[in-house]
Design a protein around this ligand. Structure first.
Ligand code: AMP
Ligand code: MG
Length: 314
């Protein structure tokens, strides 16, 4: 694909919003760094984000919304969260809060956790894009996995040209470092230092725990938050055994198919809900046989998730 460069004019914003509505990807400026935006409600759009960045695993993404009213449709706010939101939003602060049951976000955005990371960016172009689009945007930094975060449209083009639909040019980012991530789903915890000073948060919340590690939300302690099928899971199953439910990939007979055309992005978009459906079909004591998934591109993230599903549980 050819990556369009758009400007923050009414026409440019309308074009960006149209791409996002079609489940495409648009990089956009925020006050921290450029984000790679996709509709946070769309499995396909979010799968495309992981694919474009070449991320080797499905870690949770930050959901960007224009205002507090929108944020409250996705997360539960207690008195602490209300106070912090009133003091620091819009701005370079992300809050990890309990996910609402009726949030309607793609499970790929939250990595199936029961919490969600939300931010209201202050940048006028980010605000204009969120309003033109009219929905929540999942947006990790707009760089290939493992590379430095982009603070100019040209950096985005350097890293992702040909892999995303468009970049909305809003000049250089003022803050230049990622947002601070504050966990407020339980004991307040600093999950990542960033654009808002820890001291400023501690003035409201008192001393913050720093034990949490937002970079590794799938560390053993959080594995239980991932959906673990009740059925046994057998990986790299070329053929299924009698009684197994077959979760296929590519052409051929199967009970459910992640992607009949062997498209890894489509398979990633289908993965989480099809694992649940296969589990229901297999029933208590049943077994799910999963076709081999190639270990390249999004296949690496899919296989990472599948290995967790197949791991013995205590
Ligand atoms: P980025 O790639 O800059 O969007 O980084 C997002 C950061 O937010 C990562 O470090 C994630 O692990 C973290 N994060 C997102 N959602 C959650 C969550 N529900 N719980 C804990 N950390 C989260
Ligand atoms: Mg990043």
């Amino acid at each position: 694909m050819k990556t369009e460069t758009l400007t923050a004019t009414p026409q440019g914003l309308a074009r960006a919003a149209a791409i996002l509505r079609a489940q495409g990807l648009v990089a956009f400026p925020t006050e921290t760094v450029y984000g790679l935006g996709g509709d946070a409600r769309s499995d396909l759009a979010v799968a495309r984000i992981f694919d474009a960045k070449g991320r080797p695993r499905f870690n949770p993404l930050i959901v960007h919304v224009p205002d507090l009213a929108a944020a409250k449709t996705y997360a539960h706010f207690d008195a602490r969260a209300e106070a912090i939101a009133a003091a620091f939003w819009p701005g370079p602060l992300t809050l990890v809060l309990p996910l609402r049951a009726d949030a309607g976000l793609s499970p790929l955005v939250t990595a199936e956790l029961d919490t969600v990371a939300i931010r209201i960016p202050a940048h006028p172009v980010a605000q204009a894009l969120l309003r033109a689009f009219g929905g929540p945007l999942a947006a990790p930094s707009a760089n290939p996995s493992g590379r430095v975060s982009p603070t100019r449209a040209a950096h985005v083009i350097d890293g992702l040209s040909g892999r995303i639909d468009a970049v909305l040019d809003g000049g250089a980012c003022a803050v230049g470092v990622e947002s601070t991530i504050l966990g407020l789903a339980g004991t307040p915890a600093l999950l990542r230092p960033g654009g808002i000073a820890t001291e400023a948060l501690e003035a409201t919340l008192g001393p913050l725990a720093t034990g949490g590690n937002a970079q590794k939300p799938s560390a053993p302690g959080q594995l239980a938050s991932h959906y673990a099928p009740g059925a046994a899971v057998r990986l790299n199953a070329d053929a299924d055994l009698p009684g197994e439910v077959r979760l296929g990939f590519g052409p051929g007979l199967s009970d459910l198919n992640l992607s009949p055309t062997a498209d890894l992005v489509e398979a990633a978009a289908n993965l989480f809900h099809m694992l649940r459906e296969a589990d229901v079909l297999a029933g208590q004591g049943g077994q799910i046989a999963i076709a081999p998934i190639p270990e390249h591109g999004l296949g690496r993230a899919i296989n990472d998730r599948l290995r967790r599903a197949a791991a013995p549980r205590g």
